[in-house]
Design a protein. Structure first.
Length: 226
């Protein structure tokens, strides 16, 4: 058996470009959705409403306690069937299911990051804001939350990197991302070694620079705190 990485790369490359765009598209929209939902969940859990806090806690624990792949399967296969039972036809594409699944899943993790970051802010900032005549809600929106989000940037960066790699599970619901394209090519050409090696290297090429950027941001944030 001969191994020809050059030939495999030349033949696989035209398909990897669109697949990479699909990965980035899913990651971008899912991250925005996760951040918005995570922010709202964090605020809800920090509110004085104990019932809301308990309900959100149950939702967070339920989603965090079930696999991301199962959640994507549920959205892609079960949601349309449920709507059909009520006479409503809903078409959920694999990409939309991925965005929704990743958005909901990561929102629960990001909500805890945001909530912890807000709680970690020194109480002196709230007291100083109130002493200057600001309302509690104004202090939260103008000072506490921006500082908490700023301190959470390195964690969010790591989540983006993880999201990019996790999109490979969407091959299971036929999303035209990197793994599915590579899998189809390997099945047609039997160039298994070349195909999956190229895929692994591509993920490294994407992830390593992003990891370096996240580390640089973390160092800058740490220096600015001193």
């Amino acid at each position: 058996m001969t191994v020809n990485f050059k030939e495999a790369f030349i033949q696989l490359y035209p398909s990897l470009g669109p697949a990479l765009l699909t990965v980035l598209e899913i990651t971008l929209f899912a991250f925005v959705l996760a951040f918005i939902l995570g922010f709202l969940i964090a605020l809800g859990r920090l509110s004085q409403n104990k019932i809301l806090d308990r309900v959100l806690l149950v939702i967070v624990e339920f989603i965090r306690g079930t696999p991301l792949l199962v959640q994507c399967f549920y959205i892609y296969f079960v949601f349309p069937a449920l709507f059909k039972m009520f006479g409503v036809k809903v078409n959920i594409t694999a990409i939309l299911a991925g965005v929704m699944g990743f958005g909901l899943n990561y929102a629960c993790y990001m909500s805890e990051v945001i909530r912890s970051a807000i709680l970690a802010i020194d109480n002196g900032q709230m007291e100083a804001g109130l002493a200057l005549g600001f309302k509690k809600s104004q202090v939260m929106m103008k000072f506490i939350i921006p500082n908490a989000i700023r301190n959470s940037i390195p964690v969010f960066g790591n989540y983006i990197i993880t999201m990019i790699k996790d999109t490979s599970i969407l091959a299971s619901i036929s999303a035209a991302e990197l793994l599915l394209v590579t899998k189809n090519y390997a099945a047609k050409t039997f160039q298994t070694i070349e195909s999956y090696t190229i895929l692994a290297l591509l993920y490294l090429v994407i992830s390593l620079p992003l990891s370096q950027i996240v580390r640089s941001l973390e160092k800058k944030l740490n220096r600015s705190k001193r």
